[in-house]
Design a protein around this ligand. Structure first.
Ligand code: PGA
Length: 249
């Protein structure tokens, strides 16, 4: 399996910064064993997409709306992202859930529309600190997975990517806490089991996200159930991203 290096630019970069970043990385050679994607804000999406058109770097949406078109001020649909060249879409990122109040029901609609539009979903799950401290991590994540995946008829050959992102370990959460590779592995092992119960054997890719950086990425990638990383803060500057990529390849 390839190693997945996914850069979630969040709202770190404005239009010009995004274009400059894309211009910097477009010359870099991407080894065969790496699948790289950048999750760009809607404002910068088409500009970045044009710059990276002839490269192996894929594009993804940070957030999508499930209705194709209509009177939905401020929304950008999954269909529109697909037409504009996105391969991936983040679904239920913790900042969407906890800052913008996205519910499990809305996350499910976003996952379903990825199946319709042929986007590869990157379903994000992870527990807040309170649940971790109360020993309820597995329970919390199982509810997130159940509401997204139960009774879904998974299309044959369709890939599902799940990113385990403990809310408390995401750099923007400001806790300064880091999840160890071993702790991440334990949860991902469990996630794999739960997904298998709901969907059977499918093309499943497992990522870790939460303060992944050049100095810890190798530790995560060594784990059996970690196929790659979803990176926020360290992906927001060309230098820190390149350092991480160099360590990961
Ligand atoms: P971080 O973000 O690398 O800044 O912790 C990861 C994410 O939220 O996707």
């Amino acid at each position: 399996m390839k190693t997945y290096l996914f850069a979630n630019w969040k709202m770190y970069l404005d239009l010009q910064e995004s274009l400059d970043f894309a211009n910097k990385i477009k010359e870099k050679e991407i080894p065969e064993n790496i699948e790289m994607a950048i999750f760009v804000n809607p404002l910068s999406f088409s500009g970045v997409s044009s710059i990276l058109a002839d490269t192996k770097i894929e594009l993804g949406a940070q957030n999508t709306f499930w209705i194709d078109k209509g009177g939905y001020t401020g929304a950008v649909s999954a269909h529109m992202y697909k037409k504009a060249g996105a391969k991936y879409a983040l679904v239920g990122h913790s900042e969407r859930r906890h800052v913008f109040g996205e519910t499990n029901e809305e996350v499910k609609k976003q996952l379903d529309v990825c199946l319709e539009t042929d986007l590869v979903p990157v379903l994000c799950v992870g527990e807040p600190l309170k649940e971790r401290e109360a020993g309820k991590t597995d329970e919390y994540i199982e509810i997130q997975l159940r509401s997204a995946l139960e009774n879904v008829k998974w299309p044959k050959g369709k890939q599902l990517i799940i990113a385990y992102e403990p809310v408390w370990a995401i750099s923007a959460s400001g806790t300064g806490l880091i999840c160890s590779p071993v702790d991440a592995e334990v949860v991902l092992e469990k996630i794999k089991e739960v997904v298998k119960n709901f969907l059977g054997e499918i093309d499943l890719v497992l990522l870790y996200g939460g303060s992944a950086r050049s100095d810890n990425v190798q530790g995560f990638l060594k784990m059996e159930n970690i196929n790659g990383v979803l990176v926020g803060g360290a992906s927001s500057k060309p230098e820190t991203w390149q350092e991480l990529v160099d360590k990961a390849v």
